[in-house]
Design a protein around this ligand. Sequence first.
Ligand SMILES: NC(=O)c1ccc[n+]([C@@H]2O[C@H](COP(=O)([O-])OP(=O)(O)OC[C@H]3O[C@@H](n4cnc5c(N)ncnc54)[C@H](OP(=O)(O)O)[C@@H]3O)[C@@H](O)[C@H]2O)c1
Length: 316
Amino acid sequence: MTFSLDSIARQEGRVAIVTGANTGLGYETTKAFAQKGVTTVMACRTQARALDAMAKIQEEVPDAKLEFLQLDLADLANVRRFTEAFRASHSSLDLLVLNAGIMTPPYSKTVDGFESQMGANFFGHFLLTSRLIDLMPDSASSRVVALSSNAHRMGQKRIHFEDLHWEKRYAGMDAYAQTKLACLMFGNALARRLDAAGSSIVALSAHPGMSGTELSRNGPRLLQLFQAFLLATLGPFLAHPPPKAALPQIRAALDGDAKGGEYYGPTGFREFKGPPGLVGQLPYALDEAEQDRLWEVAREATGAVFPWESDAHATT
Ligand SMILES: NC(=O)c1ccc[n+]([C@@H]2O[C@H](COP(=O)([O-])OP(=O)(O)OC[C@H]3O[C@@H](n4cnc5c(N)ncnc54)[C@H](OP(=O)(O)O)[C@@H]3O)[C@@H](O)[C@H]2O)c1
């Protein structure tokens, strides 16, 4: 059966966090949650952009319950501050959508010394999840949604453990592809760990196919022009607008039938566009030994401790 937001019941009283909620797919996800009555915390790095987006959603959904809390995923201290602020004002969290991302910026490192895409897209979300997941009710309607991409099949097609931060040779798209593979492996690994811990919380992944958002804004000028040309010429065949492209992540968050470790994406030609449904992933992303290796690297890099790994995490 084709998924539609109309088939989802009202969700009054539930609380969500959407990272990168001020534009693109995060904006559409936030709007969909608002339409269903979910109280949504817009976790954005820039207050002015978040408040503009909030006002826009409130024009369309006058009873939207939206809050802004500043979050910069490229700074682990800021992620810790965010989780402390969230915990001070909320005792429970139902939906955590790890949406924010950057693509192909010029080479730089975060304040913590990570390649910038790896820092913001993956490590920041890893730490964020570890510090909030204990607030989630032990229920199959509690969801952690990791954002991947068709790009997870590009580049090296594996985690570049020997040079994780591209210090020897930086190729922006390969580095982006690695982060989207890492996010997918995180969704898979988290689902396994929750299952092993006897938790009903569902961790899963989604990707939007292709959509003309602001994602390419940090990329090389030539790549931006190429993407604008592609969207202008082949866009109607190969891309869909953000409200449709956000449906896989919305489905992963709200569809009562979704299960841990699943991966939702557009089901049309080469997963560029189309109705949201279950899609396949690179066999490497399903390799449990590689998932575990990445998990350990992320734990060490971020200092994250998940609840089943220690009871001390909430106070660190
Ligand atoms: N669009 C596509 O075709 C496509 C395809 C595959 C996967 N995706 C994935 O979909 C997700 C959403 O992307 P999008 O297309 O909606 O891109 P977008 O329009 O560029 O939105 C990205 C969002 O992430 C936020 N963000 C970036 N760095 C951040 C940081 N350090 N801390 C907190 N927030 C940060 C941005 O905030 P600012 O506005 O303040 O910069 C913005 O709100 C990403 O994970 C992307 O990899 C997109």
